[in-house]
Ligand binder design. Structure first.
Ligand SMILES: [Mg+2]
Length: 368
């Protein structure tokens, strides 16, 4: 069965990563005075981002052989290696070792002895592949939507496998997206029984299906395949009934442009503004029908912000293209090169055609 082992390891390690993130938020690994720091480009990064990247990199290397594993991931060790970051690095090392100690519960092998700081840094910096059109590359956003993570909103752990430029496996861990409840505006962590509420969605290319598991962080062990349920996109194709989602931050997408598109199509509902790739998850699960993102001219979308979400939406029955109607190209390295204007994900072709048409009709006057 092609990609079966990759999918299984991917789901297990993303489950473990979601657990790591929840335990950081609960303070289970000790207080984190350095929870949020700024990268050189001023974007936020936390102990969780580096810890998840180190842990997943280490597990993938152990599972598939270090020499076989190429990983394209968001974080590097620049800020962490800074001499002023000693306590930050110590927090990351503790967190990575605490989470790897839980690995057997998730059906994964942990290390025989705790990792040294140098091994943790090494695991993070090994994720420096730039992908491309040939071979296999894992694509990782350790914490997608760091602002959502920090603010108690939605965030995701996103892992995908690209082979010869095509996304073939996608795993999306959504720790604050209840497996039982619909997504609503400003969705944040449910107050009670936090560890049972999140979900992990996954698929492999060509399966014609996507699945969802509840998180198993609270107790028990992760069985494979466990009681996963099949997820499907919504069958609503009338814009009047459709829900559309978009990024929370205006800096990431032009809200007034998408509002214009929504108006011209007769969409009645207010947009669902959600941090992170949980927007793709909402389309795949049928909680929303449309996801639109129109970044500023010149902004280059990174593959780790889309790969896992795109394949899950597609296998769940949806459509994802750029705003010109062409498929996203994951073969050009770290960025989605050649992306036309924006990204449109829909539950079906009917809504998708209408949106692409509305973009063509309105673009010249949009001044984006
Ligand atoms: Mg990130």
């Amino acid at each position: 069965m092609e990609y079966e082992k990759e999918l299984e390891i991917g789901v297990r390690v993303v489950q473990l990563a979601c657990c790591l993130c929840q335990k950081i938020q609960k303070g289970s690994f000790g207080p984190n005075p350095d929870l949020v720091v700024s990268k050189l480009d001023d974007s936020p990064v936390t102990v969780a981002d580096w810890s998840v990247q180190a842990m997943i990199s280490w597990i993938l290397s152990e599972s598939f052989g270090r020499e076989n594993v190429s990983i394209v991931a968001e974080e590097d060790t620049q800020t962490l290696s800074d001499v002023k970051s000693t306590s930050l690095l110590a927090s990351v090392v503790t967190t990575v070792n605490e989470s790897l100690a839980m690995a057997p519960r998730f059906g994964l092998n942990g290390p025989t002895a705790p990792l040294e700081a140098s091994e943790v840094l090494d695991a993070i910096s090994r994720c420096n592949s730039s992908g491309g059109p040939v071979g296999r590359h894992w694509v990782l956003d350790p914490v997608d939507g760091t602002l959502g993570f920090v603010r108690g909103g939605q965030y995701a752990v996103a892992l995908a496998l690209i082979e010869n430029g095509r996304v073939v496996v996608g795993v999306l861990g959504c720790p604050n997206y209840s497996s039982k409840r619909k997504l609503v505006n400003n969705s944040s962590a449910p107050k009670s029984d936090l560890w049972q509420e999140g979900c992990v969605m996954y698929t492999k290319r060509g399966s014609g299906q996507a699945w969802m598991q509840p998180l198993v962080c609270g107790d028990g062990t992760l069985e494979w395949p466990n009681s996963a349920s099949v997820i499907q996109v919504s069958s609503i194709d009338n814009p009047v009934m459709a829900t559309f989602c978009e990024p929370v931050e205006k800096a990431n997408s032009n809200h007034s442009y998408s509002a214009g598109i929504a108006y011209s199509l007769g969409l009645r509902k207010q947009p669902l503004r959600v941090y992170s790739m949980v927007k793709y998850a909402a389309i795949a699960r049928g909680d929303a029908e449309i996801y639109m993102k129109f970044a500023k001219a010149g902004y280059k979308e990174k593959i780790w912000d889309h790969a896992a979400g795109v394949v899950i939406v597609e296998e769940a029955g949806g459509v994802v293209t750029d705003a010109g109607g062409r498929p996203l190209d994951f073969s050009k390295g770290v960025y989605l090169e050649g992306l036309d204007r924006g990204i449109v994900a829909c539950s079906g072709v009917n809504l998708h055609e209408k949106i692409i048409g509305a973009v063509y009709a309105s673009w010249d006057s949009s001044h984006l």
